[in-house]
Design a protein around this ligand. Sequence first.
Ligand SMILES: Cc1cc2nc3c(=O)[nH]c(=O)nc-3n(C[C@H](O)[C@H](O)[C@H](O)COP(=O)(O)O)c2cc1C
Length: 302
Amino acid sequence: MDLSVAVGAAQLPNPVGVASGTFGYGSEYEKLVNLQKVGALFTKAVTLEPRPGNDIPRIIETPSGLINSIGLANVGVDRFVKEKIPFLSQLPCAIIPNVAGSSEADYLKVVATLEHIDDIWGYEINLSCPNVQCGGMAIGTDPAQVEHLTAKLRAITPKPVIVKLTPNVTDIAVIAKAAERGGADAVSCINTLVGMVIDIHKKRPVIASGTGGLSGPAIRPVGVAMTYRTSQAIDIPVIGIGGIMTAEDAIQYFLAGASAIQVGTGTFVDPGCIESILAGIIDYCEKENLHSISDFGKIAIT
Ligand SMILES: Cc1cc2nc3c(=O)[nH]c(=O)nc-3n(C[C@H](O)[C@H](O)[C@H](O)COP(=O)(O)O)c2cc1C
């Protein structure tokens, strides 16, 4: 069966990706996951300058999920190129840096710096981080800014541009359409939902920065509903994310209109789930007589 997924003029080797911020820069999982089975590796966010991230505690487990407020801790684009690209370049999967910034200029400079690296397949533009003061979600909740920044990025790279959407909006379709108008090749749907846990004895939030982003199975029904809403609204591919732990979860996303998926928190629980999810998708396709991932379109709910 044909596992490839078309995004713009390029193709992902298979539809199972690993989500940004949950898979480091790949090498961290080398001994735990058969990296040959990963379709796309979305790196930890890459910013212009290195960032230490937010104060701790910045992660806490919640029922069926977790809340994080890492605050885009990362090595910065120059060290990313020097220290992380050599390992990533050896992998057969699509290497997709998750690009973040505090301003439009930041995003453009990071992409311009990475543009000469042939092994980079494309970019995921993180317009949806709930854990930073400026940039991120502040841009990603405003359709005019989403369209403007996407168009600027479109002008400086022929590689796929994937805009990562925040669920923390009234109507995600409005933002998805803005990304499409700006020239995005696909959207990733969804980033985390803003959440808070309060320590009732200390009478303050557990997470140092107050709120964080909720991920894991708790958000799966939200991710599936938003993938459905988004895929009905736009013609470019939707990459479904949120709470995927099993092949059955992934298939819900395909039936909601996703062309590919990403697994995030699921790999914290069971790094081997990447392989079993891919195997389960193939099994399902064989039983349903689907010969390619794009055939899901024929049976997607309407
Ligand atoms: C610890 C942690 C760090 C994350 N860091 C990023 C990030 O740097 N950039 C980004 O776009 N998303 C980031 N995310 C969001 C995930 O990529 C994903 O969209 C979200 O967790 C929902 O998927 P999941 O339920 O499978 O984890 C992070 C999530 C977690 C749990």
